[in-house]
Design a protein around this ligand. Structure first.
Ligand code: EPU
Length: 337
């Protein structure tokens, strides 16, 4: 275990805002998790967080690595990956081994341990579809648990780990169930219309990598946290109302009564695509991505509120922020706010 104090967080998250953490703990062995308290905040590789200028909560990073096959039968292989593994490297390894199920999720930034928390999803697949179990440390009861996927409350971009269990479980490892004879998932428009034949998981993997590299900015060059807003789920009545003014509203069907509208479309229609104010802006090539040029978390948050207000005023739809907001504005912490 390593413990650092007054840590500058710029290099610890992909939005790269100026922020300082009171304490950062690096966990290097599973048993060390017993030192954690409910108030500690576990971060993965920092690809889905906004840090406000001062982080009073103790931050914890899990440097727990390893990938192994735990079971198999004729059709499936169960693979256990430790929380600290890089997500994309894990996907790549599964593709190389010929195991199907995660190839559509290539190049999503972050760690294996963070994947179930927000139920990462892309190109027609959500990670919950291939999760068998989640192994975690229960900070409330101080015991190790193995949760079945059906218990985890997975929904679009969410799970109980992000809501009712936020202060309870720390994910240690995830067991995935992958197919020996992959079923390709090509229903998402950009894959269905891909200019090359997609007839293997390798082909899908490379197509997803190419699509993402083409439209999402590299955080090392333009600091960002991927999608900054959720795609709002609305009643069909809201869609019908929108269609009175816009005949081309894109949507994904959620169920008989609800559709998901791309937040990028709403933001672009408000004229915010490529819009920049001070140190923060909306990416010019994809309106769902917020770019931090040199701002701090407080500036990012204020900018996001402006986007939310603009979309609300124009469409009556309230966007919600996808990354987790951690920490405090310094003034508030100093008692001057
Ligand atoms: N669109 C615009 N303007 C833009 C970009 C997109 O109007 O600047 C509209 C287009 O109609 C497009 C639609 O939005 O067809 C959807 O865009 P896209 O396919 O890029 O997907 P998204 O809904 O914006 C979601 C995920 C992404 C994931 C893609 C692909 C969320 C919040 N985001 O984005 O996830 O890669 O689908 O499956 O659900 C991430 O979480 O970091 C992330 C990138």
């Amino acid at each position: 275990m390593q413990v650092f104090h007054e840590v500058e967080l710029k290099d610890w998250h992909t939005l790269a805002g100026q922020a300082v953490a009171r304490e950062l703990m690096i966990i290097e062995a599973q048993e060390e998790l017993q030192a954690l308290n409910a108030g500690d905040v576990v971060i993965g590789s920092g690809s889905n967080v906004v840090f406000l200028p001062w982080v009073e909560e103790r931050l914890v990073r899990l440097n727990l690595f390893g990938v192994s096959v735990v079971d198999e039968n004729k059709a499936y292989v169960w693979v256990r990956a430790m929380a600290g593994e890089n997500w994309h490297a894990f996907v790549q390894e599964m593709v190389v081994r010929g195991l199907g199920g995660v190839e559509n999720l290539a190049l999503i930034p972050g760690t294996v341990g963070a994947a179930p928390v927000q139920n990462i999803g892309a190109y027609g697949v959500e990670v919950c579809e291939v999760i068998a179990q989640v192994e975690a440390y229960d900070r409330w009861k101080r015991e190790w648990v193995c949760l079945q996927a059906s218990e985890c409350g997975f929904v679009y971009r969410g799970s109980f780990f992000k809501s009712r269990w936020l202060t309870r479980y720390v994910i240690v490892a995830v067991v995935f169930v992958l197919r020996k004879n992959p079923i390709l998932r090509l229903d998402y428009a950009e894959l269905a219309q891909y200019p090359m034949p997609l007839n293997s998981i390798e082909a899908v993997f490379f197509a997803v990598v190419a699509i993402r590299q083409n439209k999402l900015p590299d955080p090392k060059i333009l600091p960002n946290a991927g999608s900054f807003f959720h795609n709002p789920v609305v009643d069909r009545a809201v869609l019908l109302h929108l269609e009175e003014s816009y005949s081309d509203v894109p949507r994904y069907v959620v169920d008989d009564n609800r559709v998901k509208i791309p937040a990028a479309w709403l933001i672009e229609r408000c004229g915010f695509k490529g819009y920049r104010e001070g140190n923060v802006g909306i990416y010019a090539h994809h309106a769902l991505v917020l770019i931090n040029y040199e701002g701090g978390g407080d500036e990012i948050y204020a900018f996001a509120q402006k986007i939310i207000a603009g979309v609300q005023a124009r469409f009556g739809i309230t966007l919600t922020i996808e990354p987790r907001l951690i920490g405090q504005n310094k003034e508030r912490f100093d008692g001057t706010d």
